[in-house]
Design a protein around this ligand. Structure first.
Ligand SMILES: NC(=O)c1ccc[n+]([C@@H]2O[C@H](COP(=O)([O-])OP(=O)(O)OC[C@H]3O[C@@H](n4cnc5c(N)ncnc54)[C@H](O)[C@@H]3O)[C@@H](O)[C@H]2O)c1
Ligand SMILES: [Zn+2]
Length: 383
């Protein structure tokens, strides 16, 4: 089952296809050549050692058969390598490999590799063509769609970056068969986020898929089914729909189709990642907690009813076990949000729900501090 989703942006000339095809890696050279408009030059393949060991040979061989000259660079594995320091190394690799504007950067890996390689492609020689080959569930349904690139700095996550659209994205779902259990859980948490803000169609699709998984899900021998491939396609379609209407996340757009709604679950997720040093929780796991928290706030503010709250809680738990956060102090976790508030001119916003598929943007100032602290206290101690 192959799917191709076209993404077109309102006010820009960038349009590209996101393709989903099981086994696509073996023919990736042909796809790259067509996505790059038939131009064959050098490809700077940015990946990490683990992904390279699993898929690098297959990908490089196919590139070479299609006539490309491939140079590979390994990024360290983990969020801490999505940094300015690694970025500088990538830029010097591109220079020493004599990559020119007629060549291209290819990201092979998860969101860390994709965000970093995309950022490098966006500013090296003021922008050279970029291809994405996401290999984690999270990067397939979320980070590879929409053109946000960037790195973390000591002052904040994704603080430096750009909007830069790739020339094409190829998703080979079969790569998920080697993905560790926690990474699958993390990806499903982002899928739940999309479901919760999109509506019952997408929400039930994720929920039903998770319900059909065996207990102790995603163990060894995880098989990528047709259902999972169609789930990925629906997820990509939804994200593409939102980002194509609001390519650069307009600050003044507070509508229910603003790109901001994709931050559902993310205000707390970022605070938790920050409180745990970006090491303890995977990004998607933090989003899992963020979804639970946003659901609880929505209930406390009488935006959703008890059964909707239960539904949201159940689906997150079906995605897998989230690492315990009992060691965290609620007030300390929420403390940096005060600072965020100053940075964005008192306009820190929470994305909550007034029902599945009805995201609402609520100013931080409208939520009593006691409600935030008590909700977080419950989340921390009752999971
Ligand atoms: N740009 C965006 O719009 C956007 C959206 C969401 C998240 N993000 C970013 O994405 C990043 C998280 O991405 P991620 O969850 O993919 O994490 P990741 O890139 O760290 O990958 C997770 C782990 O899986 C391994 N891996 C990758 N593919 C594999 C495979 N097929 N088999 C076995 N192991 C594999 C990696 O080596 C890594 O250890 C964060 O930095 C987050 O900020 C960006
Ligand atoms: Zn996210």
């Amino acid at each position: 089952m192959n799917t191709s989703i076209s993404i077109n942006f309102d006010r820009s000339s960038s349009a590209y296809d996101i393709e989903i095809a099981a086994g696509a890696l073996s023919n990736i050279g042909e796809w790259a050549s067509s996505a790059l408009g038939g131009k064959i030059g050098k490809l700077a393949l940015i990946t990490n050692r683990k992904v390279d060991r699993l898929y690098g040979e297959r990908v490089s061989e196919s590139f070479v058969s299609a006539g490309f000259d491939v140079r590979t660079f390994h990024v360290g594995d983990g969020e801490r390598f999505k940094s300015l320091k690694t970025f500088e190394k990538v830029i010097s690799f591109l220079s020493t490999s004599q990559i020119k504007r007629t060549d291209a950067v290819v990201a092979l890996g998860g969101g860390v590799v994709g965000d970093l390689a995309g950022f490098a492609a966006s500013i090296y020689m003021r922008g050279i063509p970029f291809l994405q080959i996401p290999t984690t569930l999270l990067s397939m349904i979320d980070s590879s769609v929409g053109g946000k690139t960037g790195v973390n700095t000591a002052f904040g996550k994704n603080l430096v970056g750009s909007f830069y659209q790739p020339a094409g994205v190829m998703i080979d779902p079969l790569t998920l068969e080697t993905l560790p259990r926690r990474e699958l859980t993390a990806g499903f948490c982002e899928a739940i986020k999309h479901g919760a803000i999109s509506g019952y169609d997408l929400f039930n699709n994720v929920n039903d898929f998770l319900m059909a998984q065996p207990i102790g899900r995603f163990g060894k021998g995880f098989v990528v089914s047709g259902e999972l491939q169609s789930l990925i396609a629906k997820q990509v379609q939804f994200k593409a729909y939102i980002v194509s209407g609001d390519e650069r996340e307009s600050i003044v757009n507070d509508s229910a189709s603003s790109r901001k709604i994709l931050n559902f679950g993310h205000t707390l997720a970022h605070a938790l990642e920050n409180a745990t040093g970006y090491k303890y929780l995977k990004h998607g796991e933090a989003v899992g907690y963020g979804v639970l928290f946003a659901a609880s706030l929505s209930k406390k503010l009488d935006l959703i009813n008890k059964s909707e709250l239960q539904l949201l809680n159940d689906v997150v738990h079906r995605a897998g076990i989230l690492p315990p956060i009992r060691h965290l102090n609620p007030s300390e976790v929420l403390e940096p949000l005060k600072q965020d508030k100053k940075i964005v001119n008192d306009s820190l916003q929470w994305i909550l729900l007034s029902g599945i598929g009805n995201p609402v943007i609520v100013p931080h100032a409208d939520i009593p501090k006691s409600v935030l602290v008590s909700s977080l206290d419950e989340l921390i101690h009752h999971q």
